[in-house]
Design a protein. Sequence first.
Length: 741
Amino acid sequence: MVSLAQALGDADAALSRQDLAAYRGWLKFLKFEAASAAQRKGPASAEAAAGAARLDEWALRISANPGVLGTLTGVQEWAYESPVDDSGQPFKMAIPTDYDPGHPAPLSVYMHGSGGNHLEHATAMAAHPGGFEMSVLGRARDGGFRDLSEADVLQAIAYVEAHWSIDPSRVGLRGGSMGGGGTYRLGSRYPHLWASGRPSCGFASTIPMGNLVTLPIYSTHSADDPVVSILHERGPLERLRELGGQVVFDETNGYGHAVWDYKEGNERGTAWVKDKVRPDSRTVRRIDYTATDGTAVRGWWAEIAEWGPEARNARFVLAAGQANSLFASLTNITRLSLITADSPLDRGLPLSVSVDGAVPIILPAPLPDRVVLARGAKGWEFEAVTQAPAFRLHTPGSASLLYDGEPLLIVYGTAGTDAEKAALRAAADAASSSPNPSWPDASGEAGDEGTPNSQNLYGHLRVKADADVTASDLERCHLVLIGTAEQNSVVGRMAGALPVKLEKGRVTCSDGMGFQGASLAIGLVHYNPLAPGRLVFWVASDDPAAYRAKSVIPLVMSGSGSFSSSALSADLVVVSASTLVASRGFDSRWQWVGGRESSPLVGPALATSDGFSAELASALRRATGSDYALVGVYGTKDAAPVDVGVTRVADIAPLFGNVPVGVMTVPGSELLEMARKATGDSGIRMPGFAPEAIDGVRRYTVAIPVSSLWAFAWTMKTAPREYQLTDLDTRDVIERYLAPR
């Protein structure tokens, strides 16, 4: 029987060989599995022995035959090496029985549901002819296929495409529940990559539907789903059909959340996707693409080169016309890159571009591979020479930008009181466990291996004490920095060049704006002054409690807090305990976005959780002309949601960005039942409801921010038939209608 030490030695010998680079992820994953089994079950356990034997068998097999990758057949668990932390991250795949490297094969990518992994939700995977299948992990059981979870999907696909012959025009996405949401998310963020989307009980409420127009969708959902409300697809898919999207919505009833048991629908969907092929980019003559953050900026043959002046979504709508003409509508964009080689444009002819209806500008032939449209002092023009700034340009995305799949390092401070030092180290542990910036604790459900579903399943992100950070770390990695300039020496080194200071209970911005208070904590996303091509996410406070797992700053800046589902426009967040004090954003060149000082101060009406919900409901009713509004519960019972007299409407609004508003129409009898259930611990409220005024027969309209549909589904256990997704975003509603009283 091989010992763990011997197996690790054989694996390390293989890892040192440059000719075995393709196996680094697999060997590192097996090392982790073997060491974890010995730690969990004991070094003398059967599990530890099996892990060591598996590791050693593969290490020796790979060392003896560097071409073993080409001999794999059937269903395999495998792993790639993640550039995020150099770990081995697993996936499961089925290699077609008739695989021929000379004939590229299609690839079906499956994303599991919440609580699953790449193995447990893919038990039906079997060897078959025709195409590849793969089941991805997404870093965690509940990673949500965003941030590192999204990066895992893309990097696993890239590994398979690098080592097997895959037809890039026939890569399809599919998944159920969380995986259905992932299908919509990745499908909309990278529309030029996919041939089809096959979601089951998915959710698309926050997805820009224009992004999906070129992606054929076949969806199944049960109307009585109590987990993912069918409204998450009814409204969005109706909008996608209106835009000209290719949508089949196979709606059923009686399956609850288990629509994967809907045999007939699943068979139809499986047959439907088989002949789907991604369009040739040169045939895509119209693009409507909205970018919500800087990680995903490309829609087919155009991509955002520089954001506009606002820290919010950017959108481009392009229509290729006759005679090599292009008509563009650009929103919140300073520079747009056109990839002419991938476009329907003729590079041998002059290019005529009209932006927002203006007189066309002409670029003589021959056209370069890329053309950059830039907004200048006199309007739009073709950029002659691209002058890259000395720093990474700003985009929306907040702390999630650091979790884009590039190398990441958690750095904690080592100075301060014993309580402060303990809090800083504990915060680093929480941050290293998370596939996103939310720093989850160890509560909640866990898999058989004991890892909480919200945490990274196979290993922690890299952590270093401030004194151990090297010049190579600074140059290579995004940094999550934990501690004040006095507590963390890395922060101290760059503090003079950061646009925010925290000193003696006061936060001061570089433009002079400041905030004073007890137990203040800040979260800041900025480029690293010591390595301007990289980003830092700095969390600092004089209060050790601000560093705990699931604390307010990481929750809000990851889009996971009670305020929002997408805080992607908040580059600076200031809180006092659990109370929001302020939030601010930058433009594309890291200058503060102005206007906060002219935004109304919030008044006493928003000083409680119930009051905040009531004012938001009032704003939604006014914006939509609805009779009532259903809203979530914001803040906690023990703390004010906002700092009355300091917080402004402009501080609140960005925390509700990318949260569209829906409107349902229901009879009075159903409305009365909704209002009855929207109480207590339901997580949803209908403020201002007067049951005595309700006519049981009359029909009423009810507005709801889509982020509240989750609580709605759990509470109501039903979904109204009449539901529409409006063009309103909750951020815009707050900016225009939230009363400052």
